[in-house]
Design a protein around this ligand. Sequence first.
Ligand SMILES: Cc1cc2nc3c(=O)[nH]c(=O)nc-3n(C[C@H](O)[C@H](O)[C@H](O)COP(=O)(O)OP(=O)(O)OC[C@H]3O[C@@H](n4cnc5c(N)ncnc54)[C@H](O)[C@@H]3O)c2cc1C
Length: 387
Amino acid sequence: MFMNHSESYEQIREAIERLCADFPGEYWRKQDEKDRYPTEFVQALIDTGYLSVLIPEEYGGSGLDLKAACIILETIHKSGGNGAACHAQMYTMGTLLRHGSNTQKEQWLPGIADGSLRLQAFGVTEPSSGTDTTRITTTAVRDGDDYVINGQKIWTSRAEHSDLMLLLARTEDREAVNKPTKGLSVFLVNLKEAEKNSLTITPIETMINHATTSVFFDNLRVPADNLIGEEGEGFRYILDGMNAERILIAAECIGDARFLVNKASEYATEREVFGRPIGQNQGIQFPIAEAHVQTEAAALMVEKACSDFDSGKQCGTEANMAKLLASEASWKAADICMQTLGGFAFAQEYDVERKFRETRLYRIAPVSTNLILSHVGTHVLGMPKSF
Ligand SMILES: Cc1cc2nc3c(=O)[nH]c(=O)nc-3n(C[C@H](O)[C@H](O)[C@H](O)COP(=O)(O)OP(=O)(O)OC[C@H]3O[C@@H](n4cnc5c(N)ncnc54)[C@H](O)[C@@H]3O)c2cc1C
């Protein structure tokens, strides 16, 4: 059943809980074991309209706010599932929505809203530039009605399961512009229409099931009509979208942390060793309680960042701080949950070792803890920059 546009946050949470009940731990373990994309789960989210909540109603979405999207992702993760298979569809579209022309929006957004077009891939990171995005070397050179793309992206997740990719490329040399952030442009690349020899997607084997890839461009022609916004201004457009990405991923971390704290406290209550529940020992009980306290504190920061985003306030710092606190809380919860389950934590059937691996990602991606601390140290506290 397609979601009702007037659903309250609580109704959305309950509906996602019901949807996730059809995708229990066993389902996720199987996907993880086979490194398989959770196609059925993603399709269920598309069919019910929950993946297009942020798309305005005029383009076929439900026109809800980021808070609704956070609730969806948090609930998926709290159930033991993983929204990483499709979360990009929620935030990547924002760049097109905010900076695309009316023609582009009319062309692409209705298909993204009804699921016939998947915009799951976001190509920013490159092997040689890492976090230093302004040093990317993938170029887009105008040639008649097209741009010709050459270069390589790494860690482009879901590229094999996406029709479209939002791509950041250099349209002007870094040395030729007055600011390194200028001369970068954003394109909507139609992966399905790309000529065979000009686009190669190679999966990367990783410690988690994340469908991530390397993408190679060899004279890939992209229509100039697919340039989003103004040429050379792409860095700003991408940064805009990153706030939503960070807040949504922080919500996923809160879901992971709550899943792990629940697992740990349930196990600690049931498991008896030395004739009593292990959770009666404060050496076991207190770390779990501490993980809970940190999770709930982080959740407040996520709520604050989300409410700032939804009311149109500047929220770069809040989004970063929310992502940092939530990813540290989920990592702490994962470590404590492992310790609580003892040897059984290593048994796949408990889903703890899987979550332990999955949630570790978020201290590194989409932006690492160090880079967030650097942002706070320099932008908020005014200390000198290290780079
Ligand atoms: C599974 C996975 C999925 C991903 N999906 C995508 C995707 O879909 N699209 C995409 O574009 N990218 C994606 N990424 C890339 C991700 O955003 C980057 O890995 C992340 O931003 C870190 O960049 P890096 O790996 O190049 O690390 P580097 O920039 O090489 O940094 C390595 C380490 O050094 C630290 N460091 C670097 N510079 C400094 C400094 N000045 N001060 C202090 N510490 C510093 C960093 O914090 C980090 O811990 C993904 C990554 C992974 C692992």
